[in-house]
Design a protein around this ligand. Sequence first.
Ligand code: ATP
Ligand code: PRP
Length: 232
Amino acid sequence: MSLKLGVPSKGRLMEKTFSWFEKRGVTLTRTGSDREYSGKVEGIDDVSLVLLSAGEIPRELAAGRIHMGVTGTDLVHEKLPRWEQQLEEIAQLGFGQADLIIAVPACWVDVETLDDLDAAAAAFRDAHGHRMRFATKYHRLVREFLTESGVADFALVDSQGATEGTVKNETAEGIADITSTGETLRANHLKILSDGLILRSQATLWRSRVANYSPAEKATLNALIEKFDSAR
Ligand SMILES: Nc1ncnc2c1ncn2[C@@H]1O[C@H](COP(=O)(O)OP(=O)(O)OP(=O)(O)O)[C@@H](O)[C@H]1O
Ligand SMILES: O=P(O)(O)OC[C@H]1O[C@H](OP(=O)(O)OP(=O)(O)O)[C@H](O)[C@@H]1O
């Protein structure tokens, strides 16, 4: 059996992951047509490439269906409670940096901090009869962060994309999403709370602690890690 390596199947993470491995002597290539999700690995024997959505890689690692995988810290922390028991971080890859943050309309001049938000949320509930809504796809992390920060009157609404647009569309009052350059937030007239950073994320190579490793697979894993360490 071969060691299974899961990498994002498209977009910015896929291309940068491929070049990160290439620089370390391991060539990952997509094979077949543009739309076919198959690939190969050269530069080391007995590793097979599994192309997956970045969002599914945490679950596949935690189920032991892949041995290694590349995905963002944000997705691992969101999808796997107590992730340390299931995964080990092998290397931070130095790309895909993004901050998970809380943002509110820029015109809310009285709301700069989480304390301000707590007060505004209570007033909002009194005035509107429902809780202040935050659109996000990071439900677990956001709920934990707001609750630990003492913000009581909030509700989360699901948004799987174009999250910054939900405020203009009036389906939420604020958002919790990742930002990198900040352009999307600015374009949608949103501002980050001064203490509203939930998590700093980047693309990371993980190893499953729960997958079964045959002696040969263990040897392949060690050989790969050695390659990465010697390239540092
Ligand atoms: N603007 C950005 N800049 C840098 N990294 C980003 C940015 N947007 C997303 N990312 C990171 O890329 C990773 C993949 O995010 P994305 O939401 O695109 O994946 P996904 O939902 O699994 O995609 P799909 O399911 O469509 O394949 C996440 O770890 C995220 O932090
Ligand atoms: O700070 P910026 O550089 O502007 O980047 C932030 C944007 O990038 C991501 O969206 P993505 O492009 O993945 O599209 P999505 O809204 O469909 O998730 C993220 O959800 C933000 O919307």
